[in-house]
Write a protein that binds this ligand. Structure first.
Ligand code: FAD
Length: 335
């Protein structure tokens, strides 16, 4: 049994910053995350994308933000149960919680902070029979490290920002890029659509609209895809990779069975302290909802700081809390 003051479900940016705010109040934290590395969406979906709205950083890559957060919380020595999904919660007779993962690891604490973001997210997959066979062997739904695909032949499917952004990116460094979209118009930013059309005119992106990939062929690894147009014309295209980028479906997963009040797949909280309807369980970051909610990292940071003040009263019911600036405290000392 892992015992701590706060169990944080989700090691995305908002969960990570919670350790800092809790640490200043001498509360220890332990993470549970189903991903094998900390960082949430920043690490899993867009590590190389710049972020422009973190106060004090005019521009920072998502992966660097996570590195910085990890450094900032280092003095507070958080624990990590990674690669395991928080599955169930139960209450103990002395008013604590036990959270058990899908692998049976048990964690006990008086406070739970759910920072589960979009939940366990899964890509929307095209309906093709032998798709599974080529997953990880040429088919990728999330591009974590684009340098792996430099100088390769790439086919991208989709009509949203993700498909457009990656087609633009790979037009500069791949051997060949083809963008396949089933409609003639795109859903992405107008600016990106204009760039794609320009790149297509310059012959830097092979643009195939009103068409869909309907089959994948290969021998172990993907070797080609078959594309069908709206008027049933079929073509076969040799490729090293196919990226079907049709978006991600957020799934709150097992947390939705914990008895929390939910609204549209998110946890309803009281903005006084971001507490849920279950005393001792808080929800911060993308996973929560309240009037005026913005799904932004900086809003989650704010929620973490307010929540920590409230959690203190539950972790140390007999202690008086005194608010101090970190500079007044003589810096961050950790444990
Ligand atoms: P997340 O980052 O979603 O992390 C949640 C973690 O919880 C995940 O690691 C997940 O595995 C884990 N988890 C969930 N359920 C469980 C469970 N049951 N057990 C164990 N682990 C679980 N925001 C900005 O502020 N600026 C931007 O420029 C920006 N750009 C973005 C670009 C893209 C393409 C996307 C998709 C989002 C962008 N966002 C941006 C939004 C930002 O990424 C989110 O607001 C932020 O990641 C929320 O952080 P979080 O810590 O709440 O959750």
């Amino acid at each position: 049994m892992i015992k701590t003051d706060i169990i944080i479900v989700g090691a995305g940016p908002c969960g990570l910053f919670t350790v800092f705010e809790a640490g200043l109040l001498k509360m220890r934290c332990h993470f549970i995350d189903s991903l094998p590395i900390p960082g949430g969406q920043c690490a899993e979906i867009y590590p190389k994308k710049p972020i422009y709205d973190i106060p004090g950083f005019p521009e920072i890559l998502a992966e660097d933000l996570i590195k910085n957060l990890m450094k900032q919380i280092e003095p507070f020595k958080p624990g990590f149960t990674l690669g395991e999904r928080a599955e169930s919660v139960e209450k103990t007779s002395d008013n604590k919680f036990i959270v058990t993962t899908n692998k049976g690891t048990q964690h006990e604490a008086p406070v739970i902070v759910i920072a589960g973001g979009l939940g366990c997210f899964e890509p929307r997959k095209p309906k093709i029979d032998n798709l599974k066979y080529f997953e990880g062997k040429g088919i990728e739904y999330i591009i974590k490290d684009p340098s792996l695909f430099h100088d390769k032949k790439i086919v991208i499917s989709g009509g949203g920002d993700s498909a457009l952004d990656w087609a633009i990116y790979f037009s500069k460094c791949a051997k060949e890029v083809t963008l396949v979209h089933r409609r003639s118009t795109f859903r992405g930013h107008l600016d990106s659509v204009e760039t794609i059309n320009k790149l297509a005119n310059q012959g830097k992106v092979n643009l195939i609209t009103e068409s869909e990939v309907f089959n994948v062929e290969g021998d172990g690894n993907i070797q080609s895809v078959s594309i069908k147009s709206a008027n049933d014309q079929v073509m076969n295209l040799k490729t090293d990779y196919w990226f079907p980028l049709f978006g991600l479906t957020p799934k709150l997963g097992p947390i939705q069975n914990w008895g929390l009040h939910l609204e549209k797949n998110a946890i309803l909280v009281d903005t006084l302290d971001y507490s849920t309807n279950i005393e001792g369980i808080y929800a911060i970051g993308d996973v929560n909802t309240y009037p005026g909610k913005l799904k932004l990292i900086l809003c989650g940071f704010h929620e973490a700081s307010i929540m920590a003040q409230s959690a203190f009263n539950r972790v140390f019911p007999d202690q008086k809390k005194i608010f101090k600036y970190t500079t007044v405290m003589g810096g961050v000392k950790g444990f």
